[in-house]
Design a protein around this ligand. Structure first.
Ligand code: NAI
Length: 341
């Protein structure tokens, strides 16, 4: 690929908002973007035929087989239009296909959504909305809790976790932090404290997850950790679904071991999230059970979905393509042997 030939981008899992924001951003790049509806996986990878670049998202499955098919179709560059890349087999891509991502767009979009989900759940706003729409103006059953004076645990204090912690501080909460690589200087400046997971689990009234999904963080919330939490502790997950063992969460909620959960991501979300299942039977019993619980709020991986974030995602993704074509340094590369992963 060079910067004189036309560049064809096969854009998988495209939704109306992707098309709108990428079409606008592409006015400055003029690539040929083919917006494809299907998710990218080993069955659909052949649709990339004729393209030089593939653009993929969080629920596309870039396993070895998919990457091999893309490679055989001549794809040498995959641009992820998201921050996380846990769905890419970096080892299989290594030496064959370059993977670029959008490490930061608007961390505020996700942190603010986590806050909105927490307040919606603790103040029972969805129930209140449904009641008043039906002409029911009663308050029984809608008693909430103040955030002020409570303890908030934040797991993962990178770009998003830091903003979330600072927002929580604004409510007058005590903040407990856990990170594999603590930023002590920032914590000291803000008056926050890093601790171990045990203390965070036992002392927090609210726990929000903002770390990436890695083999180490997979099921960081499991049967054991749920047992340690306060009976009214509320979990918020805008990170990745598999940070929580969803089956264990259902049991903990049934046994009233914890108070509730606001989930923007779900362990087995690929089949359901971003699609309309309203006229179908949901076969995933864990998801169906969670959807029925009054103290669970599920959204469909939408924390990133703001105008600011979508604009930044489109611009960075297309700039990533440009940097690759022009042979510039690839700041946003993730790879099997890269130190910035
Ligand atoms: P970041 O890379 O700035 O921060 C991640 C933090 O997690 C770092 O401080 C890192 O040291 C820490 N960490 C890594 N492994 C850990 C472990 N095992 N235990 C505890 N902490 C660990 O990432 P950023 O931008 O703050 O995003 C965090 C995550 O949020 C992303 O990885 C992604 O999965 C998720 N996300 C979700 C979105 C949504 O729409 N729901 C949108 C964007 C990101």
């Amino acid at each position: 690929m060079n910067n004189k030939e036309p560049v064809n981008i096969a854009f998988f899992d495209s939704k109306p908002y992707d098309i709108a924001f990428f079409t606008e951003a592409n006015k400055n790049f003029l690539y040929n973007i083919e917006f494809l509806e299907p998710n990218l996986n080993r069955k659909t990878a052949v649709l990339a035929k004729g393209a030089q670049v593939v653009c993929a998202f969080v629920n596309d499955k870039l396993d070895k087989e998919t990457l091999d098919i893309l490679y055989n179709e001549g794809i040498r560059l995959v641009v992820m239009r998201c921050a996380g890349y846990n769905n890419v087999d970096l080892e299989a891509a290594y030496g064959k296909i370059t993977i670029l991502r959008v490490p930061a767009y608007s961390p505020y979009s996700v942190a603010e959504f986590a806050l909105a989900a927490l307040l919606s759940l603790t103040r029972k706003i969805p129930q209140a909305f449904n009641r008043t729409r039906n002409g029911n103006f009663q308050l029984s059953g809608l008693t909430g809790r103040d955030l002020h004076g409570r303890v908030c645990g934040v797991i993962g204090t990178g770009k998003i976790g830091k903003i979330f912690a600072e927002l929580m501080k604004g409510f007058g909460m005590e903040i407990l932090l856990y990170d594999k690589f603590p930023d002590e200087a920032w914590a000291k400046e803000k008056g926050f404290r890093y601790t171990d997971l045990d203390e965070l689990f036992t002392k927090s009234d609210f726990i929000s997850l903002h770390c990436p999904l890695t083999p180490e963080s997979r099921h960081i919330i499991n049967g054991e950790s749920l047992k340690k939490m306060k009976n009214d502790c509320v979990l918020i997950n805008t990170g990745r679904g598999a940070l929580i063992d969803a089956k264990a969460l259902v049991e903990a909620l049934k046994d009233k071991q914890i108070g509730g959960a606001a989930l923007d991501v779900y362990e087995e979300e690929e089949e359901y999230f971003y699609e309309d299942w309203s006229t179908e039977v949901i076969k995933d019993d864990v998801l169906a059970r969670l959807l029925m619980m009054p103290n669970v709020l599920i959204s469909s991986h939408q924390a990133f979905l703001t105008t600011e974030a979508l604009t930044a995602i489109a611009n960075t993704t297309l700039n990533n393509v440009k940097a690759y074509i022009e042979g510039k340094p690839l700041e946003n590369q993730v790879c099997f042997k890269c130190s910035n992963n």
